[in-house]
Design a binder for this molecule. Sequence first.
Ligand code: SF4
Length: 123
Amino acid sequence: MTDDRISHYLCIGCPLGCRLEVEEDARDTIVEVRGWSCKKGERYGRQEHTDPRRMVTTTVGIEGAALARLPVKTSQPVPKGQVTEVCRLLRTLKVSAPVRMGDVVLADIAGSGADVVATRDLS
Ligand code: SF4
């Protein structure tokens, strides 16, 4: 086994931060994930190797509220390659008060399948 068939990741599932190794065969098929201390880490290693995703948390502009910015997050992790586009779209988004925590302020952002939801009330 040559090292170029082994990729290294840091599990972010909990503060322990296990160091993961994902080994592929010559057909780019994962044959083993090593280094995890629980199954969550094994799943994370496979996901990170094949389809890395990230939650996006930020703020967007809001009109008619006591504060100028509304904190929001994506309803699910979005593909890592779409994070920049998601942030670009959110930079120009402006919503109107009142907003309730959990309200969808933008559905299916960038075609990612994730909605953008408010994480607090703003009246
Ligand atoms: S593998 Fe499990 S124990 Fe290790 S960092 Fe990930 S979630 Fe935590």
